[in-house]
Design a protein around this ligand. Sequence first.
Ligand code: ZN
Ligand code: ZN
Length: 275
Amino acid sequence: MVPPQLAAGHLMTLQAAILTQHDKARLIAPALNCLDWQLTEIRSFDTDALGSFSGERPRIMTPYECALRKAAIAADLSGADIGIGSEGSFSPGPYGLGTFNLELLCCVNVAAGWAVTGRFYGPSLAQQWHISAPEQLQQALEKVAAGQFLLLQQGSIVVKGLSSAEAMQQALPLLAKGDVSLSYDLRAHLSPERQGHIVKAADDLLQRLMSLCPRCHTPGFWPDKAVPGLPCEACDSATGLTLEKHACCQHCQFSAVQRVTQRYANPQYCQECNP
Ligand SMILES: [Zn+2]
Ligand SMILES: [Zn+2]
């Protein structure tokens, strides 16, 4: 259902362009369907120029800066009202466990002066194997998720976009010469898991877009600034747990405070009771 403010035309029936070389429009279009945007893909810009997954070109911007830059370039090149930029990154998970994927989808309206970013953050199956024998290769390939493409590396030789069968074929002659490294090719069009995460980021983007500032109706009014200080249940001291969340309008600076539903923190999080 479309909220009344949106029906009034604030966000509806705009032209939007997404900067991608990896067929992302089809992933995000369903989530944004209710906005009735006309979504086109801009493929004339080499997004790898802003840094690439396999590390041939270093990334100098944060993932957020990169998504915002891509969104601005999409708006600029297309002349559309809305530009969309997508950026995925992988890093060690909480406590250094596993690999986590952060997907950002930034949506910018240059004329109206706002940017809203949807996100997904969660565990990824992405793996890397160091392989020195054909049996190890076989074992590694059995663990690869269905539909996931691979990247093979030996010294300066890098072969990307391989199916499991192709990886097997290409790796065997290389193994005769020495060890190889096998890893997930994490480009979006080659990774079903990433595609699912981008769809979730698009859902999040829609929620944030539809959350309008109560005062000026600018989209992206979202309680994403956590303020710690939830009192300890035993001694009432402020803990590091979130006490309230602040939303601040990027256009008129109107702000609102949302208290978390939890009233007290477990003493295990208290510096006084459990130092
Ligand atoms: Zn506002
Ligand atoms: Zn305490």
